[in-house]
Write a protein that binds this ligand. Structure first.
Ligand code: ADP
Ligand code: ZN
Length: 629
């Protein structure tokens, strides 16, 4: 990134430098405090006395004006008769220097004159004792200051306050394994390599392979991202550090960065280990937003990038981060060598929910009548956390009712309180909504499958998706493609509007569910007209430029008002024709659409193969003319 990252390998010396600085600071502060104390002490003790000259003292002695004399090691304190006669509160003693020499002679002389004399107690080792006294004072102060500066976070002169409150949580053993995580097979598979690496880093370094440093777990709240990360640590049997992105974001600038540094320092001491950063979007938000940047967040993010680049992968530190908004993350975080792997943690489908219920009822006594499958069927859209909560509520209810085991009624009632009660918040769909979503998704898939140029569909699901889509159709490119023909793009447009077309053809309604499709279709059509030169009317003229290809790739129009109007007309025309085509395709294949949609409603997730089986079976029944234009 910027200059902060110039030398990612200088962590060690830096830390030692920090420590030296800390000690130096403590020494200086301790010495200064001692000097200050002795000065204050002297000033206070002297202020009770008035300084006089030796002649004043001698004069008082000669005139017999002395009441009391105290000879100290370095001075003579004395009180005149006039002062001694005063009220004790107003008496003021004087002091003057003690001439070097035999003070006993002076004492004897005064004694003979009838003055009260006091002489110092001189011990042989008084010098040593006073030195020891100062040394001890220094030592105590030094250790006190040292621990203080250290807790205030190694930035020397109380620079960062970060460490004092660093919320870094380390678990030596998480005790969680993959057995505790139901479903999520794809995520587990992707994480398997990381576990293997933590078990045996040498195997990878021996070949010279660059090891994964980080992976991003993407999924809605409660889908088990934290649980998965813990399970990775448990499976690999390494310590687990966790911190939440929101912990980094503090009021004081520099605090977040100091916490990041602290976290990685601690982790490096016990490597191999897992560092888990929850809600990474709190720090990792893209820096190039148009609302101006937040220097604290930016500093923390820089430090995080710096640390990730800095650690030696062979040490066996793996950074896992969780987010439900991967699209807002800074591009720098996602670059190779950082969080370059993305692991999707989806909401569970029917089987996944059933497995989750099974995991959470393992330790719970269930009565005979319990049918977990029914509960799993009822909870479409619920995430792992909801299901865990549901089971617990049911157990609590059973206890309240004085029963020894949880029965089906307990589960059903707590389903209503836990999930249906939060219906608005969580995406548990009504039956009608489910039908609409199913037809919408099959609409996309069927148009794609029936079009010759389209890529085969790999998966259709009506399990609400992390991104907030209620269902989705995943198209799997067979091979990586860099070029698309105009025909292929038109097919893509038809597929995109296929969802809305199905809603219109079957139910005669328009729903908000298609908004993302429409947006994507529109920007694709606009790009075809303004950037790819694929419109007949405008030809090869480019009417839009890409402002910053490496940030968001947004294009802005650079043409006259009239041309912009024409572009809009062209875009509309392209979209209209794609929509009409999609509607025609679906009307012609209405029975197929119904069949697949009903099947999807039951299964919730169907694979591309299952879809193609329906499509191919249908083709054999009535050989149909190509639905190409
Ligand atoms: P996230 O980090 O994604 O918000 P958590 O990992 O904190 O979610 O999950 C919260 C709880 O939900 C877990 O402690 C666990 O009890 C339960 N849970 C979530 N997903 C699963 C799953 N796949 N299998 C078993 N339990 C799960
Ligand atoms: Zn759609």
């Amino acid at each position: 990134m910027d200059n902060k990252q110039k030398d990612p390998n200088n962590h060690k010396p830096n830390n030692e430098g920090d420590r030296g600085k800390q000690i130096g600071t403590a020494v200086i502060i301790s010495l200064a405090l001692i000097l200050l104390f002795s000065w204050v002490y002297n000033t206070i003790s002297n202020s009770q006395y008035t300084q006089t000259t030796y002649s004043d003292f001698m004069e008082a002695k000669e005139t017999g004006n002395l009441e009391e004399v105290e000879i100290r090691l370095d001075r003579i304190l004395y009180m005149t008769r006039e002062e001694a006669a005063k009220d004790p509160a107003q008496q003021r003693a004087c002091y003057t220097g003690l001439p070097v020499g035999d003070y006993m002679a002076l004492a004897n002389e005064l004694e003979a004159m009838g003055v009260k004399v006091d002489v110092p107690i001189v011990e042989d080792n008084s010098m040593i004792i006073s030195i020891l006294y100062y040394v001890m004072m220094f030592a105590i102060l030094f250790f006190f200051m040292r621990s203080l500066t250290r807790r205030m976070g190694g930035d020397g002169m109380m620079g960062g306050f970060g460490k004092s409150k660093a919320k870094v949580y380390m678990e030596k053993q998480t005790g969680v394994t993959f057995k505790d995580v139901a479903g999520q097979d794809e995520a587990k598979e992707s994480l398997q390599e990381i576990i293997d690496f933590l078990h045996n880093p040498q195997k990878y370094t021996a070949i010279g392979a660059k090891l994964p440093k980080g992976a991003l777990l993407v999924g809605s709240p409660g889908t088990g991202k934290t649980l998965l990360a813990k399970a990775v640590a448990g499976e690999a049997d390494v310590p687990f550090f966790s911190i939440s992105g929101s912990d980094f974001v503090e009021m004081f600038v520099g605090m977040g960065a100091s916490r990041v540094r602290d976290l990685f320092q601690q982790a490096q001491k016990v490597a191999p280990c897992i560092i888990f950063i929850d809600e990474i979007d709190a720090v990792g938000r893209s820096r190039d937003n148009r609302y101006g940047s937040n220097s604290e967040q930016e500093q923390t993010l820089n430090q995080l990038l710096n640390e990730i680049d800095g650690f030696e992968p062979s040490k066996g530190i793996v950074c896992l981060a969780a987010t439900n908004r991967p699209e807002i993350l800074d591009k720098a975080l996602l670059r190779p060598g950082r969080f370059d792997r993305r692991i999707i943690v989806d909401r569970p489908n029917l089987q996944g929910r059933l497995d989750t219920l099974k995991v959470h009822t393992r330790k719970i006594k269930l009565s005979e009548d319990v049918d977990l499958r029914k509960i799993a069927q009822a909870t479409a859209g619920a995430v792992g956390a909801d299901l865990a909560n549901l089971v617990n509520e049911a157990a609590l209810r059973a206890v309240r009712k004085g029963r020894k085991a949880v029965n089906q009624e307990d589960l059903l009632v707590s389903f209503e309180t836990v999930i249906a009660g939060t219906e608005k918040k969580n995406t548990v769909l009504t039956d009608m909504e489910k039908r609409l979503v199913a037809y919408h998704e099959v609409g996309h898939a069927l148009v794609a499958a029936l079009e010759k140029h389209s890529q085969p569909v790999s998966k259709i699901t009506i399990v609400p998706h992390t991104s907030g889509a209620l269902g989705y159709t995943m198209q799997m490119p067979e091979e990586e493609k860099f070029l698309s023909t105009a025909d292929e793009l038109r097919t893509e447009l038809r597929t995109l509007v296929g969802g809305r077309a199905a809603e219109a053809v079957v139910f005669g309604v328009q729903t908000t569910g298609a908004s993302n499709d429409i947006q994507r279709a529109t920007s694709l059509a606009r790009a075809m007209v303004s950037q790819y030169g694929m419109s007949e009317k405008l030809g090869l003229m480019s009417t839009a430029s890409v402002s910053n290809q490496y940030l968001d790739g947004q294009a802005y129009m650079d043409c006259s008002q009239t041309t912009a109007y024409e572009v809009d007309q062209e875009v509309k025309q392209i979209l209209d024709s794609a929509y009409a085509d999609a509607k025609r395709i679906l009307t012609e294949n209405r029975s197929l659409l119904d069949e697949i949609s009903e099947y999807l409603l039951v299964k919730e997730t169907i694979t591309g193969d299952e879809l193609m089986a329906y499509v191919n079976a249908d083709k054999q029944r009535l050989p149909e003319a190509e639905t190409e234009e």
